[in-house]
Write a protein that binds this ligand. Structure first.
Ligand SMILES: NC(=O)C1=CN([C@@H]2O[C@H](COP(=O)(O)OP(=O)(O)OC[C@H]3O[C@@H](n4cnc5c(N)ncnc54)[C@H](O)[C@@H]3O)[C@@H](O)[C@H]2O)C=CC1
Ligand SMILES: O=C(O)C1=N[C@H](C(=O)O)C[C@H](O)C1
Length: 265
């Protein structure tokens, strides 16, 4: 069966890879795209998309109503991603969301909506299989090491900090680690932010530099030892097998799944 897909954010770094994935996959069809510009034009008319036939919509609601796709792949910004996901669910379109910057409250609200509509949805802060394994391994290690810090490193065009992956990693660790305040009890920052952000007592440090794509280290410390779990995405193609799996899987779901670890065999 052919899965009819709408991509939001087709001209972005991830969107371009997703367009290529859909084009290369026999049972995927690019039904339309949602962009901030070029309403009414065809993607084929835009630089870099020669031969990619897909109508462009700037209005997501009109796109879903007219095109009636099976799946939305959203790779935009936190604000647009939240709006598109909610609209998709309301129009019976299954969202596969890579966009980060969703809060736990957003996830809860969208999960309720997906269940109300009895429709599948996947929100995956990271589609790279290696990154999903890094998060799983970190959750395993947290049973044995209660002191941990996360360092995530990304390109300097990233809008959200900390990364969705870092937040998800901290959430997975917090599921098995008793809450604790790390470091010296009298520790004091002489320069604000020196100890990073905190999720449930876990410090998260965000590095933004040109040259990076997407990287993360989870460092555990114990008596006389440390354990470092690191993942690097050097190329955005690293995310595409996860996007493909999510699109195929969301067709069979009736609720919202947050994190690729729940669907990776
Ligand atoms: N889950 C994952 O594995 C990954 C997730 N991401 C996330 O994906 C998102 C996109 O990342 P990049 O492609 O690097 O960003 P980007 O800035 O290159 O692309 C974002 C695109 O969204 C478009 N856009 C913004 N508002 C829009 C709207 N209202 N309607 C339609 N299009 C709109 C922009 O024009 C731009 O083309 C970010 O949230 C990022 O954190 C990035 C890499 C991997
Ligand atoms: O913006 C990015 O580039 C990435 N965003 C995701 C995140 O916030 O975790 C996934 C990956 O790290 C790349």
């Amino acid at each position: 069966m052919t899965i009819r897909i709408v991509i939001a954010g087709p001209r972005g770094r991830m969107g371009r890879e997703a367009v290529a994935l859909v084009q290369q996959t026999d049972h995927f069809e690019l039904a339309a795209v949602i962009d901030r510009r070029y309403d009414g034009q065809n993607l084929a008319e835009i630089d870099g998309f020669s031969g990619v036939n897909a109508p462009i919509y700037t209005d997501a609601a009109r796109c879903f109503a007219e095109v009636k796709p099976d799946v939305l792949i959203d790779l935009t910004t936190p604000e647009a991603g939240k709006r598109h996901t909610e609209l998709a669910l309301r129009y019976g379109v299954r969202p596969v969301v890579g966009t980060t910057g969703f809060t736990p409250e957003d996830i809860e609200r969208l999960t309720k909506l997906a269940e109300e509509k009895e429709i599948g949805a996947i929100i995956a802060p990271n589609f790279a299989v290696g990154a999903v394994l890094m998060m799983k391994f970190a959750r395993m290690a947290a049973k044995y090491f209660t002191d941990v810090e996360i360092i995530e490193l990304h390109h300097d065009q990233k809008l959200d900090a900390p990364s969705g992956t870092a937040l998800k990693t901290a959430q997975l660790i917090a599921e098995v680690r008793p809450s604790k305040k790390q470091g010296h009890p009298n520790e004091k920052e002489t320069l604000a932010g020196a100890r990073g952000a905190e999720y449930d007592g876990i410090p998260i440090h965000s590095v933004r530099l040109p040259g990076f794509v997407a990287h993360q280290e989870v460092i555990f410390g114990g008596n006389g030892q440390t354990l470092t779990i690191r993942h690097d995405s050097f190329d955005r193609r690293s995310f595409m097998s996860g996007v493909k799996l999510a699109v195929e899987t969301v067709m069979h779901l009736h609720t919202l799944v947050y994190g690729l670890e729940h669907i990776l065999e």
